[in-house]
Design a protein. Structure first.
Length: 397
């Protein structure tokens, strides 16, 4: 495959990521407030958002199996069709004022995300070894488009029609149809399973042996911590801001700055990894997360929320891209699907647990309590990252 063709796949995946993230950010912006209005028990207000991560965790392994058997392009097309279904179910749940149907719709959004999580790996597969971190960063940077389109789409659509928020979720149907058209244009190489079936080649090491690799452990820790800290903070932010008397517009603005923090650095994170090394970027991401805790605990004004959520997004970017880039160096080509699936399943299992606890933690301990709970997780991950780096016999660079 020619170099220009390889990078055209990366650009298409960038657009597909932007479309998915627009839908995802719209849901994150609104689902906490919608859940609070519809929930039979206020402790369940964050359940719809938690169901997103549950849907993702449940779909990671099936999505990987489908990618191996049907190829990345076909599997990604199936993912976008699940996105269409997610929009329809969420819309219907709001129309019927059914909290549980709405929660199922959010879970289907997570299932769609289960496929979109493989976009970054497909981009990495499409380019030479030295350009993998750059390709991953570029695809994740699709979220920058969503940082503007997601919250603004939520603002524009939330009051359309007789039932508030219904057409916000119906817009996910249209976004998913567009994404279907984009991923159908992909021209990707065959998966390792398809090649192995024809050539009867080695299927690689066992997953147990791959997991024992210290770099695999560090990649899992980095990505899991990134999502757990970011997920808990973002899940409760709209509800916390509502409780502190901030408007829905202010909450949407905070989410917009948060998403910019998540994705704007993607234009240069790959270059930073090439220059300073994956280990240093991961550890830097952990220190940025500590900065987030300090800002979050220092006040509850709009400025505090904007700064805190922007910083936690930046920390997420360094940790997640760092972890993803490190993971691509662990597996061989014939091992990639099962390693990627295990990595992302673990990450979203962790964030599912964190999201489920977020609502109760907030109700009992408040905004500050939620953030204090995150400190031990960051300390443990930092210690582990430093130890693994030392064991690898490499300086942090």
């Amino acid at each position: 495959m020619k170099t220009t063709a390889k990078w055209s796949n990366v650009y298409l995946l960038f657009i597909a990521q932007a479309l998915f993230q627009t839908a995802s950010i719209l849901v994150i912006t609104l689902s906490g407030v919608v859940g609070l209005a519809m929930a039979p028990d206020k402790n369940l207000a964050t359940l719809p958002i938690a169901m997103i991560t549950v849907g993702t965790a449940m779909m990671m392994i099936p999505a990987s199996m489908l990618i191996r058997k049907a190829g990345q392009r076909n599997a990604f097309m199936v993912g976008t069709l699940i996105g269409v279904l997610a929009g329809l179910v969420s819309w219907y749940g709001i129309i019927q004022n059914s909290f549980w149907i709405f929660s199922i719709g959010n879970m289907l959004i997570g299932a769609y995300q289960g496929f979109s999580q493989y976009y970054r790996f497909a981009a990495a597969d499409a380019v030479p070894e030295k350009a993998k971190s750059k390709a991953i960063s570029l695809v994740i940077a699709g979220g920058i488009v969503a940082a503007f389109s997601g919250p603004n789409l939520a603002k524009f659509t939330q009051h359309l029609g007789k039932v508030p928020y219904a057409y916000s979720y119906f817009s996910i149907v249209l976004l998913s149809i567009l994404a279907f058209g984009i991923v159908s244009l992909l021209k990707l190489d065959k998966t390792s399973l398809q090649k192995n079936d024809k050539n009867n080649t080695d299927k690689g090491r066992s997953l147990k042996k791959i997991i024992k690799n210290r770099d695999t452990i560090l990649a899992l820790l980095a990505s899991s911590t990134a999502f757990a800290v970011m997920g808990m903070s973002m899940t409760v932010t709209p509800i916390a801001m509502y409780g502190f008397g901030h408007s829905a517009e202010s909450s949407a603005t905070v989410i917009q700055w948060h998403v910019l923090g998540m994705f704007l650095p993607s234009f240069f994170t790959g270059l930073l990894i090439q220059k300073f090394g994956t280990y240093r970027i991961i550890i830097s991401g952990l220190f940025i997360m500590f900065l987030y805790i300090i800002i979050a605990l220092s006040g509850t004004g709009t400025g505090n929320f904007v700064a805190a959520l922007f910083v936690v997004g930046l920390g997420w970017n360094f940790l997640f891209i760092g972890g993803s880039s490190l993971l691509t160096k662990v597996y061989r080509s014939e091992e990639k699907e099962k390693t990627q699936a295990f990595h992302d399943f673990t990450v979203f299992a962790v964030i599912s647990i964190a999201s489920f606890f977020a609502g109760n933690l907030f109700n009992h301990w408040g905004w500050k309590g939620v953030n204090i709970v995150l400190i031990p997780m960051l300390v443990i991950t930092l210690i582990a990252a430093l130890r693994i780096t030392w064991y690898q016999g490499k300086s942090v660079r």
